[in-house]
Design a protein. Sequence first.
Length: 115
Amino acid sequence: MVVKHKRKVINKDISEKLKEMFIEIWQNYGIIGWGSEEDHVHCLFKAKPTTELSKFINAYKSASSRIIKKQFPEIRKHLWKEYFWPKSYCLLTSGGAPIEMIQKYIKSQGNAKSI
């Protein structure tokens, strides 16, 4: 997920809070990897084929945006019209690729954390 207009506002503390919220909301499925850079996050997680991912992603983005702006009020001056996330996102399936390969890619990104 990319920050609106690729604003460089994600630091270590914000990344950890975003990851914490993702884990809390997505607790039934499990998060496998998390990585972030200043303007986006990568998240590798398990899901069932019947899961409505668009609803989950939109609910997560809405809740995380609200909480991040509340807990880190200084971020507001760096956002575009106070929007944290844009409406869009990129969601990819592993397509049978080894999970270890995807985890290695995520770990190589900026402030990435291995889980």
